[in-house]
Each structure stands twice: as C-alpha cells, then as structure tokens.
Ligand binder design. Sequence first.
Ligand code: BJW
Ligand code: ZN
Length: 273
Amino acid sequence: SAGLDAATLDAVRTLVDHAQRPVVLTGAGMSAESGVPTFRDAQTGLWERFSPQELATEEAFRADPALVWSWYRWRARMIRACEPNAGHRALAAWQRRLDAADGTAGSAEASLHVVTQNVDDLHERAGARVLAHVHGSLFEHRCAVCDAPAEHDPGVADEGAAGSEADLAAMLRHEPPACPRCPDGTLRPGVVWFGEMLPAGPWERAVDAVERADLVLVVGTSSFVQPAASLPLLALEAGVPVVEVNPERTELSPHVTHRLAGTAARVLPALIG
Ligand code: BJW
Ligand code: ZN
C-alpha cells in the first residue's frame, strides 16, 4: 500500500531477524481485522450509542450496573465469535521461532514478550503467550466490593446472533451476578477502567520487558491512553529501537525509529514470514 515503502520494510526486517529480546506492544488495531471494533475510530451505531469512553468507568458501573455488565458480556460474546488474524498468527510464529532458537520454550524467560492493552484473548488463541494484559481481560471477573475472583464463568445471554445489535438489545439489562464471598457485592469485569490503577504485576513486567528489549514493535494503538502510551518512550530512552505499525499517524509517530504505514494483518506476516 502507499506509505509502506520497501526500504523501510527491509530495514525493519533486518531488525526483526537480529532481535533476541523483542517486545510487541499491541492495541485495538491488532484485532481490527478479526472484526473487533477499535475504541476511537469512527464506529457503527452501537458504538456511537454506547461509547467506550462513557461506559468504561467505575461511575458508569455504579450508576447503571446492568447496562455496563451487559455491555461487557455482549463484547465477550462478540469476541468469542471472532478469530485471530494473520498478524496474531505471525507474532505467535515469531515467538515459537525464538523459543526454539534459545531453548526457553514455555518458560518465563521467553525471548519474545507480548504486552497488550487488549482485553480480548486473540493472541492466546493464535498460540502466543502474553506477558501482560495491562488493561485486564474480558474473561476474568471479580467482586466490585471485596475483589474476590469469580468462581465460574458468569456466562452470556444467547439470544440473537453473537455481536449483533439485536443480540445486544436482547441481552441488555442483565444484572451482574452476586459475589461468591461477601453479602452485598456483585461481580464486575476484570478490566481497567479510566481513573483506575493498572494491575501492578502486569505493569511491572511490561516496564521491565521494554527496558530490557532490543526491539519494540508498537502495533495498532493510538498511543493516547496513559500510562500504556509511555512504554515505547521508556524504550526509546533506554536506546531501544521502536517500530510503529499503524495505517494512521499517532502521537508516537514523530518519535519512532521506523514507521510502517499498514495494517497488522498485512505488515506483521511480511516482517516475520
Ligand atoms: C490499526 C488497524 C489495523 C486500526 N492494523 N492498526 C485527563 C483526565 C482524566 C484522566 C486522564 C487525563 N489524562 C490522563 C488521564 C489518565 C487516563 C488517560 O490516559 N486518559 C486519556 C483518555 C487521556 N488513564 C487512566 O485513567 C489509566 N489509569 C491511570 O492513569 O491510573 C492512574 C490514575 C489513578 C487515578 C486517577 C488518575 C490517574 C487507566 C486507563 C484504562 C484504559 N481502559 C480502556 C478500557 C478497557 C476496558 C474495555 O475494553 O472496555 O482500555 S480505554 C481503551 O483505550 C482500552 C484500550 O486498551 C485503550 C487504548 O486504546 P487503543 O488500543 O490505543 O485503541 P484506539 O481505538 O485508541 O486506537 C486504535 C489504533 O489502531 C488507531 O491508531 C488506528 O489507526 C489503529 N488501527 N486498524 C493496525 N488493521
Ligand atoms: Zn465480594
């Protein structure tokens, strides 16, 4: 495509071929070609009616728990109906290749680290291990009052086609289930809302990996939401080359070592294949 120039692609391929400790930071654009809507791009009706910026907050959950709970269950169900794309598969293949090369397969010393802002499970379903879900997961739940983890998958309503507008309309207004431990609590999704701290373990693992990396790829994020957007800047401060893969320019673009203006499912297989 226009903007994906051969010289840059060659330069990045060389970095990829030599990387021993690459870190790949992913955002919503990573899953766009799997059919998962991003947060800030122009959206279809549903996402205009129920904007993530308005619903992804603790205030929204307190004001209308059923709406927020149902919206998350609807998204979980939509994502179950999506499949990993060629970009997810290329990253998993690169991780396997590096594992095989240095004998760390399956261990905590894995040589390719995936750090994702995404709450979906498409990296895992493509066969990659994820070092850190810094914004949590749609498939974990805990009590909003006492933090007790959910004992069972709370399930999703199954009316209508998964992810469709009819499906959302049918399942809206399901109350969140009661906490398994405390008397008054209800479950909430295990995601990080605006104004909440990132989970300490995943955040520390992400910072550590980025500072020790020899190459950082930033794929499909607007680099708008803090503190995740600061991770590539930490890498640059540590002298690590940073490559951005995104069809659009972002706030990070002026700072990166190389920019590949293309989509995740097109560019990543071309780099790694
Ligand atoms: C493609 C593509 C293709 C398309 N291939 N690419 C001022 C006021 C209030 C708060 C703040 C403030 N300034 C800073 C803050 C803090 C706030 C923040 O950053 N806000 C910004 C809006 C300014 N951050 C926080 O609150 C964080 N916590 C925190 O700071 O704690 C300390 C603190 C405590 C108490 C008080 C204050 C501070 C928490 C942030 C949590 C973010 N949570 C969400 C929701 C998760 C749950 C859910 O899914 O519902 O995480 S928001 C949403 O944004 C989600 C995402 O992970 C995150 C990032 O989005 P992402 O991935 O970048 O997606 P998009 O849509 O933005 O971009 C997609 C990109 O893909 C685009 O660039 C496309 O071009 C590209 N693309 N197709 C490749 N095929
Ligand atoms: Zn509880």
